[in-house]
Design a binder for this molecule. Structure first.
Ligand code: PLP
Length: 414
């Protein structure tokens, strides 16, 4: 067994909760993950013993808060193998990281330039580019999902790259299909075409080893709350020389070196991009989440999700009328533990409601990927379950029982 989910579960107080008379089975990890005691305690310790603003204080608790905040950035840098914490900018979430890039890099684009994304993207990697396109008159192009309706069309990518897009921004793993894209190949090909490469790691960094040096990407965005950490902290990683060459997007305290009545000069990295008081407790709590994941080991996290994915695919294949989207068969390892599904004759919202009555938390809808769900999968909405380190095979067995209940309640014939 890759990891001891039973033991891990004991670290998560919320998983002791009872809802609708049933112990919570939490399977909405692609939306956000639960928090272990270690993260909750670290945040509580900050508020109880050294709550102070960072950077400016000449007194002990401010110095300690600053040290802990910086230490979490050092851990985040190491977690993705960045050069140093100077390359780690804290934002609110993946969405904000991608918006900052669209604003900062977008400044340098001109009418007629192209940004290339894919039809597999979360709205957070579509809408900021649409806004930029409207503002600056740039073209926004899409690489399609292949005929298997699961993987990225790499030949299509090559064809689109011939038009020399200035920016290529792609997801590393789909929050609907679970597909893990070959981000290293995407980066190599896009760099070959002269593009700046942004990777959306929101569903990759929490689930498998991510090494920015190995990937070679210019920027990477991800969120603390999807990897056991608190909400309100996102990471924008950027290569130091690129961040140095960019203008900040937000102005105010902390991001400056000097200010006079007419102009200002900027602080050093990463503070140049962090205006105003930071989410200090969020950063410190995120450090505890990284420590927790390091304790498990990211290769063990992926192996555990592979085991659960293989088991779920096998069990679901026994259910008539249940369709699982994304890669199957011997390609199950090319996905993270995110599984969208449909049941003939059942609306996804009804599925989610029946699941809820069984204490099982899943999500139903377009999952902030409307173009993918409606145009590629040809569905209005899909049900989605997503695993993490505290889930076990018994959770999947409960899902199978709940699917039977959905069929019984909706009088769907087997
Ligand atoms: N990108 C992907 C692939 C996601 O799954 C999500 C969230 O589900 C996001 C971006 C946005 O993350 P956040 O809401 O933390 O900004």
């Amino acid at each position: 067994m890759a990891l001891d989910a039973e033991r891990i579960r004991k670290d998560f107080p919320i998983l002791e909760s009872v809802y609708n008379g049933k112990k919570l089975v939490y399977l909405d990890n692609a939306a956000t993950t639960q928090k272990p005691r270690q993260v909750i305690d670290r945040i509580s310790e900050y508020y109880r013993t050294y709550n102070a603003n960072i950077h400016r204080g000449m007194y002990a608790i401010s110095v300690k808060a600053t040290e802990e905040y910086v230490r979490s950035k050092e851990m985040a840098a190491k977690f993705i193998n960045a050069g140093s914490y100077r390359e780690i900018i804290y934002t609110r979430n993946t969405t904000e990281s991608l918006n900052v890039l669209a604003l900062a890099l977008g400044e340098k684009l001109s009418r007629g330039d192209t940004v290339l994304i894919s039809t597999m993207e979360h709205h957070s990697n579509i809408v900021p580019w649409q806004m930029l396109a409207r503002r600056k008159g740039i073209a926004l192009e899409y690489v399609d999902v292949a005929e298997d309706k699961s993987s990225l069309d790499m030949e299509g990518l090559k064809a689109k790259l011939e038009r020399k897009p200035k920016i290529v921004s792609m997801t590393m793993a789909s929050n609907v299909l679970g597909t893990v894209n070959d981000a290293k190949a995407i980066t190599r090909l896009a760099h070959g075409a002269g593009a700046t490469v942004i990777l959306d790691g929101a569903q990759h960094v929490p689930h498998m080893r991510t090494d920015v040096k190995e990937l070679g990407c210019d920027f990477l965005a991800f969120s603390s709350h999807k990897m056991l950490g608190p909400s309100g902290i996102g990471v924008l990683y950027g290569k130091e020389e690129l961040l140095e060459s960019m203008e900040p997007v937000l102005g105010g305290g902390d991001m400056i070196r000097s200010v006079d009545f007419q102009s200002s000069t900027w602080n050093e990295l990463p503070w140049k991009f962090e205006a105003g008081t930071s989410n200090i407790e969020g950063g410190i709590g995120f450090g505890a989440a990284i420590e927790y994941l390091n304790g498990i080991g990211m290769d063990n996290v992926k192996a555990h999700e592979d085991e659960l994915t293989a088991y779920a695919l096998k069990r679901f294949s026994e259910i008539k009328g249940m369709k699982v989207h994304g890669l199957k068969g011997d390609r199950f390892g090319e996905r993270i533990g995110v599984m969208s599904f449909s049941i003939d004759g059942a609306h996804p919202h009804d599925i989610a409601q029946v699941f809820d009555s069984e204490g099982i938390a899943i999500r139903a809808g377009h999952h902030c990927a409307m173009p993918l769900v409606t145009s590629v999968l040809n569905e209005d909405s899909v049900a989605r379950m997503s695993f993490y380190v505290y889930n076990g095979k018994e959770d999947i067995d409960k899902v199978v029982d709940a699917v039977r209940k959905v069929k019984a309640v909706l009088k769907i014939k087997d």
